[in-house]
Design a protein around this ligand. Structure first.
Ligand SMILES: [Zn+2]
Length: 81
């Protein structure tokens, strides 16, 4: 069977993207390195997105702020090279 048809029903995929333009791309998740189907601009599979959202929601507001500051600092380092 075509791998696309195997992946479209995978919990990592976004079948809701398929009706839109560029919604049927085979992507590789930047978090777990597994294949999934969705919009070509998606960087992360639905499973990792859900896990990350649950982790994020479990943090206190102070912890979320601390994570955002660390991420901003990491991005600034990339662009200030
Ligand atoms: Zn993933």
């Amino acid at each position: 069977m075509n791998i696309y048809f195997e992946l479209i029903d995978d919990p990592r995929s976004y079948p809701e993207d398929s009706a839109g333009e560029n919604g049927n791309y085979m992507n590789i998740c930047c978090s777990c390195d597994k294949d999934f189907v969705g919009n070509k601009h998606r960087m992360i599979c639905k499973t990792c997105q859900k896990e990350n959202k649950e982790k994020w929601d479990s943090l206190t507001e102070e912890e979320q702020t601390s994570v955002m500051i660390k991420n901003c600092e990491a991005i600034q380092k990339i662009f200030n090279k």
